[in-house]
Ligand binder design. Structure first.
Ligand code: GAR
Length: 194
């Protein structure tokens, strides 16, 4: 089986990234993780990826004078690794329409809410403030409008009495790490080679 060469972009601790790496350890998983790129040098996920034997790279957005120059460097690194599919996993930079167009249909994100509810940041605070009874996570295609791309898969959790943003985040994250590998596998299976 030809596996889809997949790159992961992170900014933080990399829980979702680790879930994708673990799933892709199986030789029958339709994607293989070939590079992890972080825009934050101190991101905990970099060490976790390196431990798993995945090549890593830091490209700090602060080292580039424009968003476009930063993204061009990411694009070059992804192409150099012959990446065919990109997964955002806690990558906290907004991408320009130009970069998104380059990776049309090949750029996935996981977002910690049941989109279209609660786009943007602080989704668990937003869900609690809105009195939501259900919350969850969404894997979606990335389009220029933030957190608005076609939904690939969702998982929901109950909001419980006494929940705090942290308790809710933990319940959602437990679903994220199950959902993202399934969604990646489904997309990878249907992708034609680059
Ligand atoms: C995850 O909850 C992910 O859904 C969220 O950041 C967290 C990253 O954690 N992503 C976003 O909010 C994207 N806008 P992780 O690095 O431990 O996977």
């Amino acid at each position: 089986m030809k596996r889809v060469r997949t790159g992961i972009l992170i900014s933080g601790r990399g829980t979702n990234m680790s879930a994708l790496i673990d799933a892709a350890k199986r030789s029958d998983f339709p994607a293989e993780i070939v590079v992890v790129i972080s825009n934050i040098a101190e991101a905990g996920g970099l060490a976790r990826a390196a431990e798993a034997g995945i090549p890593t790279l830091t490209l700090s957005h602060r080292d580039f004078s424009t968003r476009e120059a930063f993204e061009a460097a990411m694009d070059r690194a992804l192409r150099a690794a012959r990446v065919e599919l990109v997964c955002l996993a806690g990558f906290m930079r907004v991408l320009t329409p130009g970069f998104i167009a380059q990776w049309k249909g090949r750029l996935l994100n996981i977002h910690p809410s049941l989109l279209p509810a609660f786009r943007g940041l602080h989704t668990h605070e937003q869900a609690l403030a809105a009195g939501a009874k259900h919350h969850g996570c969404t894997v979606h295609h990335v389009v220029p409008e933030l957190d608005a791309g076609p939904v690939i898969a969702q998982a929901s959790v109950p909001v419980l009495a006494g929940d705090t943003p942290d308790s809710l985040a933990a319940r959602v994250l437990a679903e994220e790490v199950k959902l993202y590998p399934v969604a990646l596998a489904n997309i990878a299976k249907s992708l034609r080679p680059l």
